[in-house]
Design a protein around this ligand. Structure first.
Ligand code: UDP
Length: 313
């Protein structure tokens, strides 16, 4: 039987991979995306292969409840967001408009549409406090150091409220640093996309600080697999979605440089304001709850990502 999903942010980097996977698994999909950073191009393959429709609007739009109501999704995947931490610091109100009020509008629309469950993209990198013991487990206190992290955290209470009062079940997924094909160095600013794009263009990449800062890089196909699994497993839980492996920025640089065949050393400059020195999450709860694991090793994921960036125009 065909199942119906509504995916907010479905034309974006992560959202479009989720749409691909849902189509593979025979779901019908309605994408809601304002195309501010998402692209219809990202959905071209999914639209050829499956039943995918697109409604172009922001998640704060009053019409969302009606759109969702007409479609009648079984599950809502909520990935649309204001994703830039510096924007949230410069303009917390704008961040909250999308990430708090927009999320509330999605929750209300999901409830009114009769959806059974909502799966939400939180942030593993932004919700834990700077003094969290690493690797961070879900038991650690969530004291986000930025307005972006705060907006991702404070909406958790709304998910709980909708579950308790409107039987809308939920899973909150907190990915670490996601990378992979379709990541946009400009729109999302991930270091993997930036390094690959610059090395391929023969523009010397910059490393902020000494490059010994670490991140937990998780491959996009693995991440969306966790989202798809959450449609049928987990209830009222918050789960890290991460590799559990710490990789330094210089290690990453070397891996990408080898794959691209780029011989030049990075340009080391001053540390970036607000950068945390280390970030790594423990993914074992997602394994226990969803049967999920980070299957793709970094070198393999990077190889596929470099191949995508090399695609003919
Ligand atoms: N980074 C870098 N050069 C760049 C972009 C990023 O050295 O051109 C570093 C950045 O300082 C950080 C890491 O790469 O330590 C990851 O940055 P990103 O913005 O991808 O993720 P976040 O800092 O949000 O975890």
């Amino acid at each position: 039987m065909t199942r119906k999903a509504l995916v907010t942010g479905g034309a974006g980097f992560v959202g479009s991979h989720l749409v691909d996977l849902l189509v593979d698994r025979n779901w019908e999909v309605l994408v809601v995306d304002d195309l501010s950073s998402g692209k219809l191009d990202n959905l071209a393959a999914a639209r050829r292969r499956g039943k995918v429709s697109v409604h172009v609007t922001g998640i704060g739009a009053p019409e969302l409840a009606e759109v969702a109501g007409k479609y009648g999704p079984e599950v809502v995947f909520h990935l649309a967001a204001q994703v830039k931490v510096p924007v949230s610091v410069a303009d917390p109100l704008r961040d909250a408009e999308t990430n708090v009020l927009g999320t509330l509008n999605v929750l209300e629309s999901a409830r009114r549409s009769g959806a059974r469950k909502i799966v939400f993209a939180s942030s593993g990198g932004a919700v834990y406090g700077p003094r969290t013991r690493l690797p961070a487990t879900e038991r650690a206190g969530r004291t986000p150091p930025t307005p972006y992290g705060i907006s991702k955290k404070i909406v958790e209470d709304y998910f709980r409220w909708y579950a308790e009062n409107h039987s809308l079940d939920y899973v909150l997924l907190a990915p670490s640093n996601i990378y992979g094909p379709r990541q946009d160095a400009g729109a999302e600013g991930g270091v993997v996309a930036i390094f690959i794009e610059q090395m391929l263009a023969d523009a010397r990449p910059t490393v902020y600080g000494d490059g010994n800062q670490t991140r937990d890089f998780v491959y996009v196909a693995d991440v969306v697999d966790a989202f798809a699994r959450a449609a049928d497993a987990g209830s009222g839980v918050f789960l890290n979605v991460a590799s559990g492996v710490e990789t330094s920025v210089v290690e990453l640089y070397d891996l990408v440089a080898r794959l691209v065949g780029y011989p030049v050393r990075p340009d080391f400059t001053a540390p970036r304001a607000g950068d945390v020195p280390r970030s790594v999450l423990d993914p074992s709860r997602a394994k226990a709850v969803l049967g999920w694991e980070p299957w793709t090793p970094l070198d393999e994921g990077l190889e596929a990502t470099v191949a995508w960036f090399r695609r003919p125009a």
